[in-house]
Design a protein around this ligand. Structure first.
Ligand code: IPM
Ligand code: MN
Length: 366
């Protein structure tokens, strides 16, 4: 049997609780003979307070060597670097550039058992993926912007042909693997930009069009980002795959999450050609940390995505089966009403974890 090294960074706030939950579920999904070897690495705002370094080189290297990386959540409000930005988030952000994790897939799917937040929208009617470009755009100048004489500040938006091309291609490839948009079954990639105003964005769209020409079987679609926030509320079923710039992807993935139960239900997979970093899209939620009430579904679903990604890379069917078990277990727990407070229930983190585990032990195919 193959074995896989999983680097784990628990991080801050609810990070250790949701990450611990996902690890328990991962172990259980293999029924006692898990091929996963977890190794914990420090990082985040707490570590910055202790050592002055939120993203230690040893952690970066440990993650680089691992087969996959699982992250809880990072950041403590008010723990800032001298430039005024948050210290805790360096770990995840540095990972994106260091490991070239250029595709950030955020699945927005309304699952049965999660109280719908949009009037009249049923499970099955929201099921799309936002692909957030994860290494350039407005985040490219992180740490390299400038404040001039306390009067003027600048951060630059960077778009490269290579960067835009590869993320758009990833979008069309992903669309081909789906069943299309819920509303009409069409495979569709929507370019979300602000091409009406900014040259960098018009460039993004022109490269998108070049890539789209290679995929005549997939519909190319367009939306300006401001309008997109409304469309995601009013016609979410139209969307299948959305490709967008880094900061836009950050923002619209939170909008999307709000329509399917909130940040706690929002998984994320940050992928490069040789590395994968998996975490829920939510933050460290310091106000509820340590109380055992955090919603672990987002991290659990990210963990099953991690297994699917590993399964494909290593042609290992046991991993794909364990991933299917986790998805089935999470879906069953939700259908049975095992919900944390943020999604209208009373369950604790541990109750969700145990419910997912007992459901995933049932036979996969009856
Ligand atoms: C996300 C988060 C991060 C980001 C933060 C924690 C730096 O909001 O992954 O969406 O801005 O990308
Ligand atoms: Mn975000």
């Amino acid at each position: 049997m193959n074995s896989y090294d999983i680097a784990v960074i628990h991080g801050d706030g609810i990070g250790p609780e949701v990450c611990g939950s996902a690890i328990e579920v991962l172990e259980a999904a293999f029924g006692g003979t898990s091929p996963l070897i977890f190794r914990e690495w420090p990082g985040g705002a707490g570590h910055y307070l202790e050592t002055g370094d939120g993203a230690p080189e040893a952690t970066m290297q440990g993650c680089e060597r691992a087969h996959a990386i699982l992250h809880g959540a990072a950041g403590i409000p008010g723990v800032l670097k001298p430039d005024g930005t948050e210290a805790g988030v360096d770990i995840g952000l540095n990972m994106r550039t260091r490991l070239d994790l250029y595709v950030n897939i955020r699945t927005v799917k309304l699952l049965p058992g999660v109280p719908p937040r949009l009037v009249g929208v049923k499970p099955g009617e929201i099921d799309y993926r936002i692909i957030r470009e994860n290494t350039e755009g407005l985040y490219a100048s992180r740490g390299a912007g400038a404040v001039v004489r306390g009067e003027t500040a600048v951060d630059m938006m960077i778009m490269t042909r290579k960067g835009v091309e590869r993320v758009c291609r990833a979008g069309f490839e992903l669309a081909r693997k789906t069943d299309g948009a819920p509303a009409d079954g069409k495979r569709r990639v929507t370019c979300c930009d602000k091409a009406n105003v900014l040259r960098s964005m018009a460039f993004f769209r022109s490269v998108f069009d070049e890539v789209a020409a290679d995929y005549p079987d997939v519909e190319a679609d367009y939306s300006y980002v401001d309008a997109m926030t409304v469309h995601l509320m009013e016609r979410p079923g139209h969307y299948n795959v959305i490709v967008t710039e880094n900061l836009f992807g950050d923002i619209i993935s939170d909008v999307g999450a709000a329509t399917v139960g909130g940040m706690g239900m929002s998984p994320s997979a940050e992928l490069g050609n040789s590395h994968g970093f998996f975490q829920a899209a939510h933050g460290s939620a310091p106000t509820i940390a340590g109380q055992g009430i955090a919603n672990p579904y987002g991290t659990i679903l990210s963990a099953s995505t991690m297994l699917n990604w590993l399964a494909e890379r290593h042609a290992d069917g046991a991993l794909a089966e364990a991933a299917a078990r986790i998805e089935m277990g999470a879906a069953a727990a939700l259908r049975n009403g095992v919900r944390t407070r943020d999604i209208g229930g009373q369950a604790s983190t541990n109750e969700v974890t145990q419910a997912v585990i007992s459901a995933l032990r049932r036979p996969l195919r009856e």
